[in-house]
Design a protein around this ligand. Structure first.
Ligand code: MN
Length: 406
């Protein structure tokens, strides 16, 4: 077994007749098996040893690379959390919870504080060797982009090499003043459906954005002149099977559908004027045309050169913390100054000559996300944004939303 050598330091520190921790030749646990091939697990264990700390572990080549993080992870990119590398742990450690008895190595209680899958950004071996490991996490509590950066130890033989665990800037980052993830979400996630198996299916190969999408369930269709938006329905509680759901922010703004018609407006005038120009209209939930009220937003959308279709979203005005401010949105229309209105797009029911409403939502959203990433320039990205999904336990999402004032 290749990993055996890597796990010798782990075994040497422990007496397995005195600790409930897994040995190095135990069976692969069911949680790891459920991830399947091609996915890498991560776990963060909260460990009440002589000092409370968080053990951050990433699966690589059959073992869990491990770091002890005294303060635990922070969602604030300004926080650089000391992470002391410790010995590799066996994969089965990722679902270990229990109490290591007194006098044993690491004596104290351990819970699985978060777990899920991680995805390296770039070559993980090169990154690990260079002490510059970038990756994405999909857990219950930790999401988005992270980095582990090795800082020079006092001497080269320093085996407990210090690294820094840093949240990278993205939509999952939050200022420490607004949200402290270790304080807000202190408990074990062992009883929750493990995240990770939910993965947006990639677009069918050969799908080109300029061509009709080959999405299962799509059917050829002319672009309807009007479209009633799908409305929310009241639920009795959070879903019992979160793995079958997609979670997005409920934006506090106005529902706004964008109709992009690839046909020239001047066609009726025998193509004399505006040939090739796209007719872009912004339509409210009740079917009112607000295009003229939202002139600069219309212009931003035009610069994206989106294919014809209906794009569903919500207009908001974010406050300084990035949280939608409904009062500020109303004030925009009262004053007629609508230049700071932002459009969050979350769905694309019609696209490029096809009715996509019978396609799986995750396929439509994958298409929309790809469209926006392809089309975006930085200035437009501020005005027209993709409404990201949060792959997390719904209860912890609600807790986070409350903390942020959403
Ligand atoms: Mn520990």
């Amino acid at each position: 077994m290749d990993n055996l050598h890597a796990l010798l330091p782990y075994a040497a520190k422990r007496n397995f007749s005195n600790t409930p921790e897994p040995g190095i030749d135990g069976p692969v646990d069911s949680q790891r098996a459920a991830l399947g091939a091609g996915q890498l697990g991560f776990v963060v264990q909260k460990h009440w040893a002589s000092h409370l700390h968080y053990d951050f572990r990433l699966e690589l080549h059959g073992t869990m690379k491990s770091w002890a993080v005294p303060k635990g992870p922070s969602l604030d990119p300004k926080d650089k959390r000391m992470a002391v590398q410790v010995e590799d742990h066996p994969l089965s450690y990722a679902s270990f919870e229990g109490t290591i008895p007194p006098k044993q190595y690491g004596a104290g209680k351990i819970i699985v504080w978060d777990r899920g899958v991680w995805q390296p950004i770039g070559d993980p071996d090169a990154g690990y060797q260079a002490g510059n490991l970038k990756f994405e996490l999909r857990g219950h509590k930790l999401h988005g982009k992270w980095a582990l950066i090795r800082i020079k130890g006092k001497n080269k033989s320093d085996k407990q090499a210090p690294w820094l665990l840093i949240k990278e800037k993205d939509s999952f980052a939050q200022p420490a003043s607004a949200f402290n993830v270790t304080d807000a979400l202190p408990d074990s996630v062992m009883d929750k459906t493990p995240p990770g198996r939910v993965k947006a299916r990639p677009l069918a190969s050969g799908t080109s954005l300029a061509l009709p999408p080959k999405l299962a369930g799509s059917k050829k269709s002319t672009l309807p002149a009007t479209l009633a938006p799908q409305l929310a329905t009241l639920a009795q509680g959070v879903p019992d099977h979160p793995i079958e759901w997609i979670f997005e922010v409920k934006f506090d703004g106005y529902r706004m559908l964008t109709r992009v018609d690839g046909e020239s407006r001047g066609r009726a005038d025998k193509g004399v004027s505006g040939r090739g120009a796209k007719d872009i209209r912004l339509i409210t939930r009740n079917g009112n045309d607000w295009t003229s009220k939202l002139a600069s937003l219309r212009q931003a959308i035009a610069s994206l050169k989106l294919p014809s279709g209906w794009y569903d979203g919500e207009i908001v005005v974010p406050n300084k913390k990035g949280v939608p401010d409904f009062g500020a949105l109303q004030a925009c229309f009262e004053s007629g100054r609508t230049d700071n209105i932002v459009l969050y797009l979350f769905d694309v029911p019609y696209f490029n000559g096809y009715d996509l409403r019978a396609c799986p939502l995750e396929d439509r959203r994958a298409l929309l996300k790809q469209l926006l990433e392809t089309a975006h320039s930085d200035s437009v990205a501020e005005r027209v944004r993709f409404s990201e999904a949060f792959n997390a336990d719904p209860r912890s999402l609600i807790a986070s939303a409350c903390k942020m004032g959403l």
